[in-house]
Design a protein around this ligand. Structure first.
Ligand SMILES: [Zn+2]
Length: 83
């Protein structure tokens, strides 16, 4: 057995996606954004939402692709490197 190796991919996600990723919680998500967030969460698969604050950003959310300005948070995906 070799050592497990992982690659880390970092994402910058909006507040709504952070909660959706971390807790599968969609409370307070506007109905018109629900579909995009749900789709984003499914697209990312399993990620660890660490919640580290990245500050106010205008870049689109890596999860729901929202261009709404707002605070961004760190989410990290660990993927095992296959050899
Ligand atoms: Zn988002």
């Amino acid at each position: 057995m070799g050592k497990a190796r992982f690659t880390e991919t970092h994402y910058s996600v909006c507040h709504e996606c952070l909660f959706a990723l971390a807790y599968d919680e969609y409370d307070g998500v506007p109905p018109e954004r629900f579909g995009a967030i749900r789709k984003g969460v499914e697209g990312l698969g399993w990620v660890s939402a660490t919640g580290e604050e990245l500050g106010h950003g205008s870049a689109p959310c890596d999860c729901c692709r929202s261009y709404l300005h707002g605070d961004r948070y760190r989410a990290t995906k660990l993927e095992r490197v296959k050899r």
